[in-house]
Design a protein around this ligand. Structure first.
Ligand SMILES: [Zn+2]
Length: 266
């Protein structure tokens, strides 16, 4: 379904985990970020693109290699694809297994492939896509391959799996990197007067203090780990998130143990 439609961009929201796909319309190029999840949802996005294409080139950008963000790549084989070097280098076999398992359980038959990347961006590189400069900000912590996408001329920040109002941080890479990323995103919000803030899961935010509130909630939560559960009232309480929290807690503990043993080695 369509979560938000503005003049220059549309946010599609999947029925699953409220995952967002962002379609950006520029005068001479179409940009699509993270097409996802279900076959009909992918087909709808594809149809909407073709209805208004007018021979413009299509770019598909992947924020990171997690399966829920690459699952729809098969629908856009003719697009020019963009992702980070870490995305290209990463072993994504676990992610493809997750897609396979999901498809098997739900009797879905669609191609399962890690997307081939045409343009590999360096951290914080700006590319001219059509007439619009697009900046790719390296944002590790949730995942090592992660990029957030800044379109300064639209005051738009598509941040990927950060700044959600419906889920806690999923720390799947590194807690310190996650905290740094939250700082980076806050700085960008102020410096570029971000007006539209799109998370990978949940609602578009058009209020700057609420954007900061979301990122700060993540920060406070991570800083309280592993001992405390600093849970924002924004995030629901249920058993799935209990498991996420437990994983986060263990991740922070593990990194702390690693750090201590490294210190002893010196
Ligand atoms: Zn993710």
């Amino acid at each position: 379904m369509i979560q938000a439609k503005l003049q220059s961009f549309t946010i599609y929201e999947s029925a699953l985990m409220r995952t967002t796909s962002t379609l950006i319309d520029t005068p001479d190029a179409i940009l699509l970020i993270d097409p996802t999840w279900l076959p009909e949802e992918i087909a709808t996005i594809r149809r909407d693109i073709e209805l208004n294409r007018n021979d413009r080139p299509l770019y598909v950008i992947f924020t990171h290699h997690h399966f829920d963000h690459i699952i729809g790549a098969y629908g856009f084989k003719d697009a020019t694809t963009i992702a980070s070097q870490a995305f290209v280098d990463a072993d994504s076999s676990d992610q493809l297994d997750e897609i396979r398992e999901f498809y098997e359980q739900h009797y879905i038959d669609r191609p399962i492939q890690k997307p081939e990347i045409d343009i590999v961006v360096q951290p914080n590189q700006t590319l001219q896509l059509g007439a619009v400069p697009v900046t790719f900000i390296s944002t590790p912590g949730h995942d090592a391959t992660h990029l957030s996408i800044l379109i300064e001329s639209m005051n738009l920040l598509v941040c990927g799996d950060y700044g959600s109002n419906i889920e806690p941080p999923f720390i799947e890479h590194d807690p310190s990197a996650y905290l740094e990323t939250l700082q980076t995103l806050q700085t960008i919000i102020y410096e570029h007067e971000i007006q539209w803030f799109v998370p990978g899961h949940g609602d578009l935010c058009d209020n700057r203090s609420k954007m900061i509130e979301r990122l700060s909630a993540g920060e406070e939560y991570i800083l309280a780990l592993p001992e405390n559960r600093h849970w924002s009232p924004m995030w629901p309480e249920h058993s799935f998130f209990d498991r996420v929290h437990e994983r986060n807690r263990k991740m922070v503990e593990q990194k702390e143990t690693d750090r201590r043993s490294r210190q002893q080695d010196y």
